[in-house]
Write a protein that binds this ligand. Structure first.
Ligand SMILES: N[C@@H](CCC(=O)N[C@@H](CS)C(=O)NCC(=O)O)C(=O)O
Length: 215
């Protein structure tokens, strides 16, 4: 199967997908789009995803899959080993809930187009945008830390001792936070889990600085 990943090194949704592909042992062709140069708004890219957002996974028959979480679940269904979701329904609900705190509640508020809109329409410069970014990270990471620290279901990773979808979102978001100088020091459980994930080759290889288009 030939897969092409249309993505950007610094995009956390792209990082999620790179991790999932690595965990599943799936090779892919890397196609980078410089978001700051608006390469994701080109006619060619919009033909792949009219929403003008990365990542897009192109399958060997030319099908384009969009939305990182939908694609990760597709990969998990078509390549079940290693599983990225727990076997039990309650476990799956917990993992999707943890992942959703990042993928649904946090990430969309801090996306590039939102930060650019704050600048363009509301005159917010770098300081204002950084304040906004940090506010929404705190809104998500404070309760995430509590949930992870207090649950007996948290193990080496977010859920038990096998990395899964919640870990994928967490790892990618921590890299995103670093751009705004937010470290995990005040989040001991998140810091511990991130430290373990960073030792896994499939995660570390997906990190932004290790991508071919990294600045
Ligand atoms: N919910 C989508 C979000 C995709 C998304 O927002 N991607 C960002 C990069 S992380 C993007 O392409 N931003 C371009 C822009 O904001 O113009 C997913 O999970 O795939």
């Amino acid at each position: 199967m030939t897969l092409t990943l249309h993505n950007y090194f610094r995009s956390s949704t792209s990082t999620r997908l790179r991790i999932a592909l690595n965990l599943k042992g799936l090779a892919y062709d890397y196609k980078g789009y410089a978001l700051l140069e608006k390469q994701h708004k080109s006619e060619a890219f919009l033909a792949r995803n009219p929403a003008g957002l990365v990542p897009v996974l192109e399958l060997d028959d030319g099908t384009h899959l969009t939305q990182s979480m939908a694609i990760i679940e597709y990969l998990d269904e078509t390549h079940p080993e290693p599983p990225l979701l727990p076997a039990d329904a309650r476990g799956r609900a917990r993992v999707r809930s943890l992942a959703g705190m990042i993928a649904c509640d946090l990430h969309p508020l801090n996306n590039l187009r939102v930060l650019q809109y704050l600048d363009r329409e509301f005159g917010q410069g770098d300081d204002g945008k950084a304040k906004w970014f940090r506010h929404w990270v705190k809104e998500a990471f404070d309760p995430l830390e509590v949930m992870l620290a207090t649950s007996s279901q948290t193990g080496v990773f977010c859920h038990g001792d096998t990395p899964g979808i919640a870990d994928i979102c967490l790892y990618a978001q921590v890299w995103n936070n670093r751009r705004f100088k937010i470290e995990t020091d005040s989040y001991p459980t998140i810091a511990r889990i991130f430290g373990r994930l960073d030792k896994i080759d499939a995660f570390a290889r997906a990190a932004p600085p290790r991508q071919p288009d990294a600045a």
